[in-house]
Design a binder for this molecule. Structure first.
Ligand code: C5P
Length: 223
């Protein structure tokens, strides 16, 4: 499929920095932005609120069908209510990775994600942006960082938000999430053959953003 709209697909493991980087790349290029993880997080959060198990695929799909999910500036609205903070907890993240294993649920989310592909362009981030949702993306980035560095980042982020956590449990959670995202049968986290890998261990957020926008400007000159 040849898309007239440029899509930059950014995938990577938890706490690789892809959320912040993708948002800034979108701002810099004046493109739309899709944080696909927030969809899975919202489903996990809502099902937890309604005492519905993360294993109950049929009920999770029902939740999705009833939910009106929208993005407004930096806010994620569920039926008009701001859930941006509520879905950022470690529990919602764990739930997201549990609901994300369901094949029919993932299929039901596909169209919603693809609707973000609008002029003048889209920067989307997640686990399967390059492999499944936007396989025709004009640029595919795989953002990585070592497990230790990612755990340190997540730890600092949680502490700065006033959470009481310890480093060992944050590290364990990252390892568990990686395992689940890499090993699941449907749409696992993977680096596609045509993706450019960027390791952010020693790269600042702004360096990563500059690198991606530079690569994109080179790409647009040659295509
Ligand atoms: O990116 P974020 O940490 O918000 O994603 C939460 C979880 O949602 C991930 O651990 C992953 O299991 C799931 N996810 C996914 N596919 C995506 C985005 C997120 O399976 N495209």
């Amino acid at each position: 499929m040849i898309s007239p709209v440029p899509v930059i697909a950014i995938d990577g493991p938890s706490a690789s920095g892809k959320g912040t980087v993708a948002k800034l790349v979108a701002q810099k290029l004046g493109f739309h932005y899709l944080d696909s993880g927030s969809i899975y997080r919202t489903i996990a959060y809502t099902s937890h609120q309604q005492n519905i198990s993360w294993n109950n695929e049929i009920m999770l799909i029902k939740i999705l069908e009833k939910a009106v999910l929208s993005f407004k500036n930096d806010q994620i609205l569920l039926n008009g209510k701001d859930v941006s903070e509520a879905i950022r907890t470690e529990e919602a993240g764990r739930g997201a990775s549990e609901v994300a294993v369901h094949k029919k649920l993932r299929a039901a989310i596909l169209g919603f994600q693809r609707d973000f592909e609008k002029s003048p362009g889209l920067v989307s981030e997640g686990r399967d942006m390059a492999s499944v949702v936007f396989p025709h993306a004009c640029m595919k980035i795989f953002l990585t960082a070592s497990t230790q560095i990612r755990a340190e980042r997540r730890y600092k982020q949680l502490i700065s938000k006033g959470n009481s956590v310890n480093m060992d449990s944050v590290l364990d959670e990252i390892i568990l999430r990686d395992e689940r995202d890499l090993k699941r049968e449907i749409s696992p986290l993977l680096k596609t053959e045509d993706a450019i890998e960027i390791d952010t261990d020693t790269l600042s957020i702004s360096d990563a953003v500059d690198k991606i926008t530079h690569l994109y400007s080179l790409k647009s000159q040659t295509s």
